[in-house]
Write a protein that binds this ligand. Structure first.
Ligand SMILES: NC(=O)c1ccc[n+]([C@@H]2O[C@H](COP(=O)([O-])OP(=O)(O)OC[C@H]3O[C@@H](n4cnc5c(N)ncnc54)[C@H](OP(=O)(O)O)[C@@H]3O)[C@@H](O)[C@H]2O)c1
Length: 286
């Protein structure tokens, strides 16, 4: 029997990526994609109506408040979308026996650990966005047994605005760029993450809980920009700088340990360079 899957926040970069690859899964999954205009997850009545009217097996929550700097001042909005609404989503999932697949972030950690973060490591967010995402996680764990919380990092795709696309277009315009070296993490392709999410569904995985999903390896924002410039043969346009001032503090080291994911899929993850090159290749076709 086909799984009925609700995807919220369908106009975000992750939502659009899942929609793009959904064609590969039509034999096993019936998707319902809803963007913010069709389902505002902060609207309790709309949430209840949708869950009542359709018999979902899974909900993939791609809806989120994702502006890390703005969250420092728009605290209410960030908390409302990333925490309160996630609680309401979890309540509806519980009521209707829906498995919730929720996406969270490496920013739940403070970045003080020098080795890759395990799922069991102590969280300690250092900005409002991280706090709001952590609160969302905590609500899910309180409400549900059947959930997947997938923490990921430095997402990019061919859709919407993201670091990879903005560096690519600036380098194409021959801009000279100065990029920071202070933060270490792992760029993660929305394509790789989407396939992992859909692996959970198509394989009816019941090892519920929290997972760290990123690409393999680590780098800095400068390293990522350099990779993009190498792809374009424009390495001389990127200069490293230690740090830039920004509104929100960010963890200096937020590399995630992916052993739990690899044990589940029995497949090694791709290196971040390989996945970045794949997306750059698909962007050069656009
Ligand atoms: N981007 C990253 O680097 C990164 C890193 C780690 C984890 N994550 C997590 O990964 C997930 C996917 O991120 P992403 O990069 O795909 O984010 P994104 O591109 O910003 O997409 C988020 C989507 O959520 C929608 N949304 C916001 N408020 C909503 C509401 N009240 N109801 C319904 N939809 C709402 C947004 O709609 P509008 O366009 O109308 O605002 C947007 O389409 C998020 O949970 C994020 O926290 C992201």
């Amino acid at each position: 029997m086909k799984s009925r899957v609700l995807v919220t926040g369908a106009n975000g970069q992750l939502g659009k990526t899942i929609r793009e690859i959904s064609g590969d899964f039509t034999i096993s999954i019936d998707f319902v994609f809803v963007d913010r205009s069709e389902l505002d997850i902060t609207n309790i009545e709309s949430l209840e109506l949708l869950f009542q009217s359709k018999d979902f097996d899974y909900c993939i929550n791609c809806a989120a408040y994702t502006n890390v700097d703005l969250a420092e001042t728009e605290i209410k909005q960030a908390m409302s979308i990333n925490a309160t609404a996630v609680n309401n989503l979890a309540i509806n999932c519980k009521k209707h026996s829906v498995i919730l697949i929720h996406v969270s972030t490496d920013y739940v950690f403070d970045g003080a650990k020098q080795s890759p973060y395990l799922e069991s490591d102590t969280t300690n967010p250092i900005n409002v966005y991280g706090e709001s995402k952590l609160l969302g996680e905590e609500y899910i764990r309180k409400q549900l047994d059947n959930y997947f919380i997938i923490r990921t990092s430095w997402l990019y795709s061919k859709f919407n605005k993201n670091f990879v696309k903005s560096i690519l277009s600036k380098l194409k315009e021959n801009e000279e760029l100065t990029i920071i070296t202070s933060q270490k993490g792992t760029p993660t392709s929305c394509i790789d993450l989407s396939y992992f999410i859909l692996f959970l569904i198509t394989n009816s995985i019941t090892n519920f809980g929290t997972y760290h999903f990123s690409a393999k390896g680590d780098t800095t924002w400068y390293g990522l920009a350099l990779q993009i410039s190498k792809y374009l043969n424009k390495s001389s346009n990127v200069t490293p700088i230690k740090d830039y001032p920004s509104k929100a503090l960010r963890p200096l080291h937020s590399v995630l340990n992916n052993n739990k994911v690899e044990a589940l899929t029995k497949k090694p993850l791709k290196n971040w360079e390989e996945s970045v090159n794949e997306v750059l290749k698909s962007l050069s076709k656009v």
